[in-house]
Design a protein around this ligand. Structure first.
Ligand code: ARG
Length: 600
């Protein structure tokens, strides 16, 4: 199939392009050069390259049909297939490609070269998985995630935001992008007047009693709300307290800080267990900047008076975005506009990503539009600096309704994590692992499995869909679950261990061969890691990475079923394939915030 291919003059000068680790991109570069030669008149047509599985090859270039539509009549090509033929013939020579074939109306099918696949995987083994990191053209992103509200419950919605946001942050970090992991906690607002007055009332010595004063902040919130609703005199005091707090009166600031601290400790407990790093810059942080930012917007003529409030009108919405309430107070929108201004101008972030439930879509859409009107963001929403709302669906209970406990209470996150851990621990004990492992090991592995299962069950779905929270399902060791994947990884590690071979030595001397079809399929899938992470990152879709990971372990399973590793003639090559698979699986785990286990 190599016959008749025009030999490019740039055979040697294009070496660097084929080395990014991203196969799809490298092929796109090759086809781009072919496109320029084949149809010089269409200089801005971008190469369309898709990965494929099956008998047609490993990748496919799909440009011919679209191109033909553009140039037919005005060119020497008689049919789209002829365009495909020319694209094939003009492709510069590359070590990547074993063969090319034009199929159907003009698809150019690419079969990758086995020796190139082997070499590329081997290079990654030696130089590290970092060499397969995506290259993303931004220097700094903000991921605004988790962001629970002080004194209110941190519910499963916040758990989703925490898990999804952390994964996105990890993917960008892996791509060498600077990430500001922002916890935009709700630590400001009128509810604090009520909370502070209630604190004074319930704990006259609140200043001494410190941490122990309020054991259950949620209950405290509920009780104070009840008091607020029932007693007009209390309500009035609470409203005055807000003013005094916002005016900066020391006593009120102190009480506020104390309440925030109690919540913070609770949140931190969850973050610590889940291995999540976050930097708090709550709503209160932006408060002093709001008047200035609103003045800038007013000077641009954006802010109008409406029924005593101050508002910004945005296209496509009947109701305007309120930025100053009729009582003169600021709100969620004024804070978010100001935070955006701060992130763009003070922090110089190029991409600001907000992770909340889809219920808040309208809020984000409206203030994004306001920012566009102000000229803070370019008109084209894909051009940097850019903003994205990463919305997600609900977590449902078995009954198909919003996830609640039996007493219709909001599910407490700590309880959820406790249960995930204790269930997986029970399974391990059922398999008598407590006799084999130390108490500490048992605990660590139960945590890795339990928390990993909760995270993966969330991340594997397209984030926009609702999903049902089900311990039995997520802790199943079969199917697309973290447990299955963690076991698969541990099994590979044990194959390598049992071989008794020093894998570091083997890397230096051994060679990977891909003779069996299942070896080849595994090799190709390994190579797709970089383009997959890049896609997951660019489209803010962690489930893309989960799909990849699940397919990887399935590919490994088929290979292992068909190819004897230890004791075979191909032991060296196959152990290197095992090691490569383990490395890639571990990197996927890392990106998903899952702690790998090495034995089961
Ligand atoms: N505190 C909000 C909530 O619990 C989420 C904040 C999201 N971030 C933001 N910049 N609006 O619903």
């Amino acid at each position: 199939a190599e016959e008749g291919r025009a030999v490019s003059t740039a055979t040697t000068s294009n070496m660097g392009e084929e080395d990014s680790g991203n196969v799809r991109k490298d092929l796109a570069n090759l086809f781009e050069r072919s496109l320029r030669v084949t149809v010089p008149s269409e200089a801005d047509v971008e190469p369309l390259i898709a990965a494929c599985t099956g008998k047609f090859g490993d990748y496919q270039c799909n440009n011919a049909m679209g191109l033909w539509q553009k140039i037919k009549g005005a060119s020497e090509f008689k049919a789209p297939r002829a365009v495909g033929e020319a694209l094939k013939n003009n492709l510069p020579h590359s070590d990547m490609v074993r063969s090319l074939e034009v199929a159907g109306p003009g698809f150019v099918n690419v079969v990758l070269s086995e020796s190139w696949i082997s070499k590329t995987i081997h290079k990654m083994l030696i130089n590290g998985i970092q060499t397969w990191a995506p290259r993303i053209s931004v220097a700094k992103v903000v991921v605004d995630f988790s962001s629970p509200n002080i004194a209110k419950e941190m519910h499963v919605g916040h758990l989703r935001s925490t898990i999804i946001g952390d994964t996105l942050a990890r993917m960008f970090e892996f791509s060498n992008v600077e990430v500001l992991r922002r916890n935009h906690v709700g630590d400001w607002g009128t509810q604090f007047g009520m909370l502070i007055e209630f604190l004074f009332e319930m704990f006259p010595n609140w200043e001494d009693a410190r941490e122990t004063a309020i054991a259950d902040l949620q209950k405290f919130y509920k009780d104070s709300k009840k008091r607020f609703d029932e007693d007009p005199a209390f309500k009035e005091r609470a409203q005055k307290a807000v003013v005094r707090l916002q005016g900066g009166e020391a006593k009120y600031r102190k009480a506020w800080a104390q309440i925030c601290d109690i919540s913070r400790k609770e949140f931190d407990g969850v973050y610590q267990r889940l291995g999540i790093r976050l930097e708090e810059k709550g709503e209160s942080f932006y408060n002093p900047y709001i008047p200035d930012v609103l003045e800038k917007l007013s000077n641009l003529g954006l802010v109008e008076e409406s029924q005593g409030a101050r508002v910004i009108r945005v296209q496509g919405y009947e109701i305007p975005l309120i930025v100053v309430k009729s009582d003169g107070g600021f709100n969620y929108a004024s804070t978010d506009l100001t935070a955006l201004w701060y992130r763009l101008n003070e922090e110089r972030a190029e991409w600001i990503i907000y992770v909340t439930d889809v219920g808040q879509s309208q809020h984000f859409e409206m203030f994004f539009k306001a920012a566009r009107r102000a000229g803070w963001l370019p008109a084209d929403s894909n051009t940097y600096p850019r903003v994205s709302h990463v919305g997600f669906g609900l977590v449902l209970g078995e009954d198909g309704k919003r996830f609640r406990t039996r007493n219709t209470e909001v599910v407490r996150l700590v309880d959820l994590l406790d249960e995930a851990k204790s269930r997986s621990k029970a399974t391990l004990i059922g398999r008598e692992k407590d006799k084999e492992w130390s108490e500490e090991e048992l605990d660590q592995i139960a945590e890795a499995i339990g928390y990993g299962a909760v995270k993966y069950a969330d991340l594997k779905n397209n984030r926009l869909t609702n999903y049902t929270f089900n311990f039995d399902q997520m802790l199943n060791d079969k199917g697309n679950t973290a447990v299955y994947l963690l076991y698969a990884h541990a099994r590979i590690c044990s194959i390598i261990r049992k071989s008794g071979v020093d894998i570091e030595e083997l890397k230096k001397t051994g060679e990977i061969k891909l003779d069996h079809p299942t070896e080849r399929a595994l090799g190709v899938h390994l190579l797709r890691f970089a383009e997959t992470v890049e896609e997951a990152c660019a489209n803010l879709l962690p489930n893309v990475l989960c799909d990849y990971l699940y397919n990887l372990s399935e590919n490994f399973g088929k290979f292992y079923e068909n190819c004897q590793v230890v004791g075979s003639n191909e032991q060296t090559s196959r152990l290197l394939l095992c090691e490569s698979t383990a490395v890639v699986i571990r990197q996927c785990f890392h990106l998903l915030g899952i702690v790998p286990v090495y034995k089961i």
